[in-house]
Design a protein around this ligand. Structure first.
Ligand SMILES: Nc1ncnc2c1ncn2[C@@H]1O[C@H](COP(=O)(O)OP(=O)(O)OP(=O)(O)O)[C@@H](O)[C@H]1O
Ligand SMILES: [Mg+2]
Length: 228
């Protein structure tokens, strides 16, 4: 199986009591608490470079929201290397690109998943001009419509340092989660990604350190509270 079709592990489903699942739940809680006056409803997940764990973090965060009784839709805004349809075993024939270009209605692209309250809009056929589609007024209209149908919208994106798509989408979101693969990405690259997001006034809600090597004694802290 190729790297792109390979499914991303959703530990909130396979192992909900694990420390990793608990970490994803606290990510959700931290996002909820990050803004008192303004509700965070449209969240984008990105990273500096490729394969840092964006789509995996996004899927787990979305399941965590769905399990807390929110109606959630994932949008695969990564029209360069879309994977959300693989993660949830869905067809990618109709999706975001088909709605933005007016070939299909929003309703046609919203797919149910096996998780209650969780829906996915896959990327749809890969267009030649993803940045243009994502920056279009129709994209804004799609989000406005989805806000009337869902409590939470979570958008997958390509890496910030590769293309401008993530910066473009960030202007339409309430906030951004930046995933950093600590074993792979150099500090300067992570800083550059943050600077690029700051430049377009994106609101960074938090940073997820993926692939962190934890010391054994630290694990006890993680287990605390998840034993009931
Ligand atoms: N926390 C994790 N635990 C185990 N495996 C992980 C974790 N995060 C990511 N992976 C694995 O690493 C690979 C890349 O992850 P993922 O597809 O989520 O990254 P990505 O940043 O979305 O990549 P791309 O830039 O191609 O979109 C996948 O095979 C995934 O299963
Ligand atoms: Mg991805």
């Amino acid at each position: 199986m190729s790297r792109l079709t390979n499914k991303r592990p959703i530990v909130l489903m396979s192992n909900p009591k694990s420390p990793v699942a608990e970490a994803y739940r606290s990510l959700r809680t931290n996002i909820d608490f990050s803004s008192i006056d303004e509700e965070i409803r449209v969240i984008m997940v990105t990273s500096a470079g490729p394969e840092e764990g964006k789509s995996t973090t996004l899927a787990n965060l979305a399941v965590s929201y769905a399990q807390s009784d929110k109606k959630v839709v994932i949008i695969d805004g990564d029209m360069r290397r879309p994977t959300c349809h693989h993660t949830f075993d869905l067809s990618n024939r109709v999706g975001l690109s088909s709605i933005i270009t007016g070939q299909n209605d929003c309703q046609d692209a919203i797919k149910e998943t096996e998780v209650q309250n969780l829906y996915v809009i896959p990327s749809g056929p890969i267009p030649p001009n993803p940045s243009e589609l994502l920056g279009s007024k129709r994209m804004t209209d799609v989000l406005t419509k989805l806000k009337t149908m869902f409590d939470i919208i979570i958008i997958d994106t390509p890496p910030v340092l590769a293309v401008t798509d993530a910066q473009i989408i960030s202007s339409k979101c309430d906030g951004v989660v930046l995933v950093i693969n600590s074993g792979k990405v150099k500090r300067e690259m992570a800083m550059k990604a943050k600077a690029n997001l700051d430049h377009v006034r994106a609101r960074i809600l938090g940073v997820v350190l993926n692939n962190v090597k934890r010391k054994k004694e630290e694990m006890y802290y993680y287990y605390y509270g998840s034993k009931e």
